[in-house]
Design a protein around this ligand. Structure first.
Ligand code: HEC
Length: 125
């Protein structure tokens, strides 16, 4: 019975050590991911091969919540009939500067905003 009270401590210590090792591997992994994704100093900017594909992804990240999954609108107006209403440049302008209740997206680069504009215009019905 003598050694008994130590057992919980030993278990706690072992779990603690395992946790530390596991977490440091997670940390290393994340650092590798960050370094791999880094280009220039933002580390966020995406490489745009196909503006429509990239635009759709960016739209999903930034615009879906207000303009709907099918551009049908919601909090914001529908964006499914903008062809002939706005040029790509005008949409880029709205994205960068916001408008009314719509926030400005200053974190999106010109190329990213343009990709979203291309995507939105490509979906006009
Ligand atoms: C927080 C909600 C919200 C988000 C997020 C949002 N919008 Fe908007 N958007 C609005 C609102 C509200 C309006 C109407 C603004 C006005 O004219 O007063 C609007 C208007 C627009 C218009 C003009 C539509 C028209 O018929 O005049 C475009 C184009 C547009 N948004 C594109 C986008 C794009 C692209 C994104 C993603 C980068 C985006 N919006 C993200 C709320 C949002």
């Amino acid at each position: 019975m003598k050694g008994r009270p130590l057992l919980p401590f030993a278990i706690t210590a072992i779990i603690g050590i395992l946790l530390m090792v596991a977490l440091s591997f997670v940390g290393l992994d994340q650092r590798a991911d960050r370094e791999a994704g880094e280009e220039g100093d933002t580390g966020e900017e995406m490489v745009i091969d196909d503006p429509i594909v990239a635009g759709q992804e960016l739209y999903t990240n930034s615009c879906v919540s207000c303009h709907g999954g099918n551009l049908e609108g919601g909090v914001g107006p529908a964006l499914n009939a903008l062809e002939g209403v706005y040029s790509a440049e005008e949409i880029v302008d709205i994205i960068h500067n916001g408008r009314g209740a719509m926030p400005a997206f200053s974190n999106l680069s010109d190329a990213e905003a343009d990709a979203i504009a291309q995507y939105v215009l490509s979906q006009s019905q």
